[in-house]
Design a protein around this ligand. Structure first.
Ligand code: ZN
Length: 265
């Protein structure tokens, strides 16, 4: 159809939302452009329902990043520039959504739709784990050996963060059901288990191969390569495995596991 009214309304909403996103400094200009592109793709392959889920992830992420931002900044190293995100962040989080959404569009295989929802659940759960976990009064423990580590160290988990991530997974799974994605009981379980495994994988990759830096000025561990516009010292992991790569791998593998669980059971 040349002029689809619903699509036209969608475009107007997207332009309005992007203006707000830019104004509120949630994303920078390139980040906003890539999110418009990705939002369009999601709308075209999964419909308005899929788009609503992605927006939900976006809003939850925004609220949690800004929640008690100053307190988090004191404790560890908060995201630079007040939590503003760029295109790398959008692509890293949105890669799995786009991949599984597109696969579903071309094949109509329901497992791909389940994986699409699982990927949003992982991204949401991971954001919640990080942002809410930072507020924990207990020091995080490294997922690989359960030894206490400094706040801000990748692969460190807290009970509060873990609970927050499970709540995130449940919120996305339940809303996908409310929105109208119909799944049977087993698929819903597969989405939630795959998503939870995705969160665990995120921490395991974070603890092992993710680049870990130390900021000599803040005297704190960080996953940021640059702080105060200066290069931090690489302590462990590989330089090219940054937080975005970890997110991309964890969301893709976790959602893939959801498919595997559906196939096996
Ligand atoms: Zn610093």
């Amino acid at each position: 159809m040349l002029l689809d009214v619903q699509y036209l309304i969608f475009i107007i909403i997207v332009i309005l939302t992007s203006t707000i996103v830019l104004k509120l400094k949630i994303l920078d200009f390139k980040g906003t452009l890539s999110s418009i592109f990705m939002g369009n793709l999601i709308y075209l392959v999964t419909g308005i329902e899929g788009f609503i889920l992605v927006i939900e992830f976006f809003i939850i992420g925004f609220i949690c990043t800004r929640f008690k931002f100053k307190q988090k900044r004191k404790k560890g190293i908060a995201q630079e520039k007040g939590g503003i995100r760029s295109w790398e962040n959008v692509i890293a989080n949105g890669f799995a959504f786009s991949l599984f959404g597109t696969l579903y569009f071309f094949t109509s295989i329901e497992s791909f739709l389940a994986a699409f929802i699982a990927s949003i659940a992982i991204a949401t759960g991971d954001t919640l784990a990080t942002e809410i976990g930072l507020l924990s009064s207990n020091k995080p423990k490294l997922i690989t050996n359960f030894k206490e580590v400094e706040t801000g160290k990748s692969g460190g988990i807290t009970l509060l963060g873990l609970i927050a991530s499970i709540i995130g997974i449940i919120i996305i799974t339940i809303s996908s059901w409310i929105i109208g994605f119909s799944f049977n009981y087993y698929s819903i379980m597969a989405i939630m288990i795959g998503a939870f495994l995705g969160i665990i994988i995120d921490s395991v990759i974070g603890a092992t191969i993710q680049a870990q830096y130390y900021c000599d000025e803040c005297k704190k561990f960080t996953e940021l390569q640059i702080h105060h516009e200066k290069n931090n010292r690489l302590i462990s992991g590989f330089g090219f495995v940054d937080n975005n790569i970890v997110n991309l791998l964890a969301t893709t593998i976790g959602s893939g596991l959801s498919i595997l669980i559906i196939i096996i059971f």
